[in-house]
Ligand binder design. Structure first.
Ligand code: AMP
Length: 285
């Protein structure tokens, strides 16, 4: 396994065997089973697997948890070695954003609602860093988790609009046994917050059950999610949404599918989760 923070080293390693298919898994590190499920998918579908570990400063807003974002590089590298990753790219900020850097990619409409309304510059940072990683690694396939549903939509749009020659693979949400979606941020929850954090999954599951029972009125489904989360005094709702799964516009009534999504604060830890639902066919993730 090659570990480097140097772009030219990645390029030369990448092009040693030009015919091989590469999978790229972008991460911010502090790896858990959710990340590793992406690595395993990449491993099964490609001849070589690259993983990037980079806590990208441009996707954090001032006052967010950039400074307290958890890291454990040693452990991450051990886990990735165990998964037979071939190349780990872990650049310094100055490598990705050298002096004079002034370009950004902005994906318009699908970046605006949900995460974008709470974190207006977030997807500009995400799209720009993913574009850079695509240019640096030139993977055949790039892997993202459904956990960050809006991110997958923004990146799909960017890849199509800018003609990146790369297939996007979306992997299902990996959860703890009590339903909490795995996240590097879960480690920052105090014990009572950790217990209360199961309310996200409870709310999404309750709404999805009501939907399966024939309730297609989006406002009733939103109210049920708000009610369920509000049972936890430690939870402070940022947003609760029932949106079109492609445009992310809020729905009045569900005709085809819907993306149920929630963002909730527990103290200063902000958690997100979602479920995709379709009439007749209901994916729990
Ligand atoms: P992050 O390190 O949080 O930026 O996440 C890196 C990638 O892992 C993103 O594509 C996430 O959507 C994905 N990911 C994070 N948590 C999970 C999870 N619980 N299940 C599946 N994928 C995840």
């Amino acid at each position: 396994m090659m570990v480097t923070g140097d772009i030219s080293m990645v390029r030369s390693h990448r092009w040693l065997n030009p015919g091989l298919e590469w999978g790229l898994v972008p991460t911010m590190g502090y790896l858990h089973e959710g990340h590793l499920s992406l690595v395993r998918s990449a491993r099964s579908q490609n001849e070589r697997v690259a993983v990037s570990i980079f806590v990208n400063p441009t996707q954090f807003m001032p006052g967010e948890d950039l400074k307290t974002y958890p890291t454990n590089m040693q452990r991450d590298l051990e886990l990735l070695k165990h998964e037979n990753a071939d190349l780990i790219f872990m650049p310094e900020n100055a490598v990705m954003y050298p002096a004079g850097f002034q370009t950004a990619i902005s994906v318009d409409d699908v970046s605006q609602p949900l995460e974008g309304s709470s974190r207006p510059t977030h997807f500009r940072g995400v799209a720009t860093v993913v574009a850079k990683l695509l240019n640096i690694v030139e993977p055949t396939r790039i892997y993202f988790g459904q956990k960050d549903a809006q991110q997958t939509i923004v990146i799909k749009r960017m890849v199509e609009d800018l003609n990146f020659n790369c297939e996007i693979i979306i992997c299902p949400i990996v959860r703890e046994s009590d339903g909490l979606a795995m996240s590097s941020r879960n480690i920052r929850l105090f014990k009572d917050q950790r217990r209360a954090a199961t309310s996200l999954y409870k709310a999404l599951s309750a709404a999805s059950k009501l939907f399966r029972n024939g309730q297609y009125d989006a406002s009733i489904l939103r109210k049920l999610m708000i009610y369920t989360i509000s049972q936890e005094p430690l939870a402070k709702i940022d947003y609760v949404s029932v949106a079109d799964p492609l445009s992310l516009e809020e729905l009045v009534f569900i005709n085809d599918g819907a993306l149920f999504s929630v963002a909730v604060f527990f103290g200063d830890v902000r958690l997100i989760d979602n479920m995709l639902v379709r009439p007749q066919f209901n994916e729990s993730d």
